[in-house]
Design a protein around this ligand. Structure first.
Ligand code: IPM
Ligand code: MN
Length: 366
């Protein structure tokens, strides 16, 4: 197969982790007889520094013409970076929101899995973590609060700000259909998360999700209020299979879910539209504090590349090979600093490696 992949190394640790994921993709391609053409585009701070805007129209066009996009991370320190002195629509994050909208990437898949090898890094009590968990957070990504009209204005001598949360039936239906499709391939359970006791947008969400559920009699649907879900994620994460939710709830819950796995450096994500096209990125941020030090964990980006092979290119065998190579390296005891055990006894049993070494080890096991 011939694959055209656009890379967005981005800011912070982005370039370092994308380099490792590229290496792994190239190795997988050579083992299984595929061709990959890579092309880089600028986004976020890296684009601001060159073009004065976080994403150019040309960059969007290049991404659109590709089969898939592999992204590192964007953004810097919001307290100290000059990028955050710019008006909001020119800051790094605006580039990410813009590419999601421009490519219609409405379905964000964020798997949160507790690896047996890393169970010690899980901050939950043993009696909870020993049950393990494997959930898929499906976050609506191009609607809701993050894309509604917003403004700040003066009224009666003080400032007021408005953000609007809007969802249409069709926006809810298309993400719900994806959620149920994915649940069907997993453990056939969807937990739809909303705030239907307060919000109209959530009541509509619930109604449409229930309509969609009728086409999936083999999938169990339950509704959960978002505040309860936040609690259940730390109390009993094993209960979840697919969590289906709107943009902001998904943003917050996916960070929480990632933290209970022990390391955000392990979590991949895919953002899909209704074709095979997708943008794949680690769930973690740009981590400017450790950028350039060669210590960032590349596994989330490598697993994102594996999701790309699976969802965009239907190369399940190759994706499994990457996932297994990652597991193997962990079983053999290699760890980047973020997933090192905290206790002295535990530290003795593993070996700490840097970003590049981790990438190499995974390549060798492919
Ligand atoms: C994420 C990030 C983004 C979001 C920001 C950077 C705009 O937090 O991908 O979760 O909120 O969607
Ligand atoms: Mn987020």
């Amino acid at each position: 197969m011939n694959m055209n992949i656009v890379c967005i190394p981005g800011d912070g640790i982005g370039p370092e982790v994308v380099a490792e994921a590229k290496k792994v993709l190239e190795k997988a391609a050579s083992v299984y007889g595929h061709e990959i053409n890579f092309e880089d585009i600028l986004m976020g701070g890296a684009s601001i520094d060159v073009h004065g805007v976080p994403l150019t129209e040309e960059a969007i066009a290049t991404a659109k013409a590709a089969d898939a996009v592999l992204m590192g991370s964007i953004g810097g320190n919001t307290q100290t970076s000059p990028w955050y002195k710019l008006p909001p629509e020119k800051r790094p994050e605006a580039g990410l929101l813009k590419i999601r909208k421009a490519l219609n990437l409405f379905a964000n898949l964020r798997p949160a899995v507790l690896y047996e090898e890393l169970a010690a890094a899980c901050p939950l009590k043993t009696e909870i973590s020993e049950k393990g968990f494997d959930m898929m957070i499906m976050r609506e990504l191009t609607g809701g609060l993050y894309f509604g009209e917003r403004k700040t204005f003066e009224e009666d001598g003080e400032l007021k700000a408005i953000d609007t949360l809007t969802y249409s039936e069709s926006e809810i239906r298309r993400i719900a259909v994806k959620g149920f499709d994915i649940a069907r391939k997993r453990r056939q359970k969807v937990t739809s998360v909303d705030k239907a006791n307060v919000l109209d947008s959530s009541r509509l969400w619930r109604k449409v999700v229930e309509e969609v559920a009728k086409d999936y009699p083999d999938v169990t649907l339950e509704h959960m209020l978002v505040d309860n879900c936040a609690m259940q994620l730390v109390k009993n994460p094993a209960q979840f299979d697919v969590i289906l939710t709107e943009n902001m709830f998904g943003d917050i819950l996916s960070d929480e879910a990632s933290m209970v796995t022990g390391s955000i450096g392990m979590l991949a994500s895919a953002s899909l539209n209704d074709t095979k096209f997708g943008l794949y990125e680690p769930s973690g941020g740009s981590a400017p504090d450790i950028a350039g030090k060669g210590i960032a964990n590349p596994i989330a980006t490598i697993l994102s590349a594996s999701m790309m092979l699976r969802y965009t290119f239907d190369l399940d065998k190759e994706a499994d090979a990457i996932d297994n190579a990652v597991k193997k390296v962990l079983t053999e005891g290699y760890r980047t600093i973020d997933i090192m055990p905290q206790d002295e006894e535990g530290k003795k049993k593993v070996k700490q490696v840097g970003t590049k070494e981790m990438g190499d080890l995974i390549c060798e096991r492919l």
